[in-house]
Design a protein around this ligand. Structure first.
Ligand SMILES: Nc1ncnc2c1ncn2[C@@H]1O[C@H](COP(=O)(O)OP(=O)(O)OP(=O)(O)O)[C@@H](O)[C@H]1O
Length: 407
């Protein structure tokens, strides 16, 4: 067990951290709140959402009798999260800033600030996640590493966003909401004088965009480089666009003057061309293979990989989607992941997140999707195409080539 003389909680002004604070206060901890300011640019209406959230955080803390500090992490957010985001968009990828914000800001800058500047023994957040050290670190072991576990509320589970967090901070973090359903949390807030906070609209999407549409926002930071939309089947140019950073894989490409619904399939950074396909279920959008960069394992490298075997586990790369079984093979450039079923729009820049049962093992950034059903089917019938790909994969594994294969 960890002796806790002081605990610092991240208070965002939302219902989850409000109820987390209430729980901690009721348990008698010496609690101090920190509101992190990660972004200080006003949106086009002159509003800085951070000011409104800080006001709510102050109301919560006043009600619960918790001192609150407003701490500026704008520099860390800009350098570690936003610059990476711009770089990713410039190279045609679609990043996940929430994952990086957790890794570099909440579970690094904030953690170190709490530990070193505020002398806290541990931190707490309102994330829906669990660890094997327990919601209040009651099973903390000084000589053991911690495992990250899914939340009880599977719909709200936020382990996907915590998939790059480092051991050091995770070992000393409490997630008091891990065993609660979101509906229960809202009810607790309502029953404890936090009605206004409970009714507050949940923040959706990337916090700093404000009410602007995404293409307008991103064009303020990334230079437009016009290119063509090319029909992947016919090779015919069907329209033009202002830049590959404005489009993401699987997204409907609203091509001017085109009555047909086209969807983004592939981007070519060299030519700025975007390949599009007709219909949201077009086979060029589906693959069951992907390549990633080097992984980050939350606890330790899985024993299967240590032994040079395939790791069988579950995969997910978006919060809303279902888990899917997969086989993971490690190469010297990263991971090669073969999915049990095809998945739509495997998007470079997003994180492939791996689970075994209730445990989130870790994650790796997707570099590239494998050949699509459309590519495989060119000149072959479907079952032949599957056999062909299986052969490629098996050859690859059997030859134990320690390089990324380019199929
Ligand atoms: N600006 C912030 N300042 C301090 N802590 C924060 C801030 N933003 C998020 N957090 C912490 O991270 C947790 C998860 O935040 P996130 O925005 O991902 O989820 P959320 O469900 O909207 O949380 P909440 O309802 O508390 O706003 C919060 O509960 C809080 O503890």
């Amino acid at each position: 067990m960890l002796k806790i003389r002081k605990l610092v909680i991240g208070i965002s002004g939302g219902v989850d951290s409000a109820v987390t604070s209430l729980f901690l206060k009721n348990k008698g901890y010496n609690v101090e709140g920190v509101f992190m300011q990660n972004w200080d640019i006003r949106d086009e209406t002159g509003v800085c959402k951070s000011d409104e959230d800080y006001k709510d955080a102050s109301v919560i803390c006043e009600k619960l009798g918790i001192p609150l500090l407003r701490v500026n992490f704008v520099k860390q957010y800009w350098n570690e999260v936003f610059c990476d985001l711009l770089k990713e968009y410039e190279t045609g990828h679609t990043p996940n800033p929430d994952v990086l914000c957790n890794r570099y800001v909440k579970f690094d800058a904030f953690y170190h600030y709490a530990r070193e500047d505020l002398n806290a023994d541990a931190i707490a957040t309102g994330h829906y996640a669990r660890t094997n050290f327990g919601p209040y670190l009651e099973y903390y072991k000084p000589n053991e590493d911690v495992h990250l576990l899914k939340a009880m509320d599977e719909r709200k589970d936020q382990t996907l966003f915590l998939c790059q967090v480092k051991q050091k901070a995770l070992r000393k973090t409490m997630f008091p909401l891990g065993n609660y359903m979101k509906t229960e949390v809202k009810k607790i807030a309502m029953d404890n004088g936090l009605e206004e906070i409970a009714k507050k609209k949940e923040s959706m999407g990337i916090c700093f965009i404000g009410t602007r549409d995404f293409p307008n926002f991103i064009s303020e930071y990334v230079n437009n480089k016009p290119g063509n939309f090319i029909d992947i089947e016919s090779g015919v140019t069907v329209g033009t666009h202002k830049g590959i950073h404005q489009w993401t894989l699987g997204q409907r490409s609203n091509i001017e003057g085109q009555p047909i619904a086209y969807f983004t399939v592939q981007k070519d950074v060299k030519t700025n061309n975007i390949y599009v396909a007709r219909g949201t279920h077009h086979p060029s959008l589906f693959t069951d293979l992907l390549y990633t960069a080097h992984p980050h394992w939350i606890h330790s490298r899985p024993p299967e990989l240590e032994n040079g075997d395939l790791l069988e586990c579950d995969f997910k790369f978006q919060h809303v989607e279902e888990f899917i079984g997969c086989q993971v093979y490690e190469s010297n450039k990263g991971l090669i992941v073969l999915l049990e079923k095809t998945r739509r729009a495997i998007t470079p820049g997003q994180f492939a997140v791996f689970y075994k049962g209730e445990e989130c093992l870790g994650s790796a950034k997707i570099i590239q999707g494998g050949p699509s059903l459309f590519t495989l089917n060119c000149g072959r019938n479907v079952s032949n195409a599957w056999r062909y790909k299986e052969k490629l994969f098996n050859n690859f594994i059997n030859n134990n080539e320690r390089r990324i294969c380019t199929m």
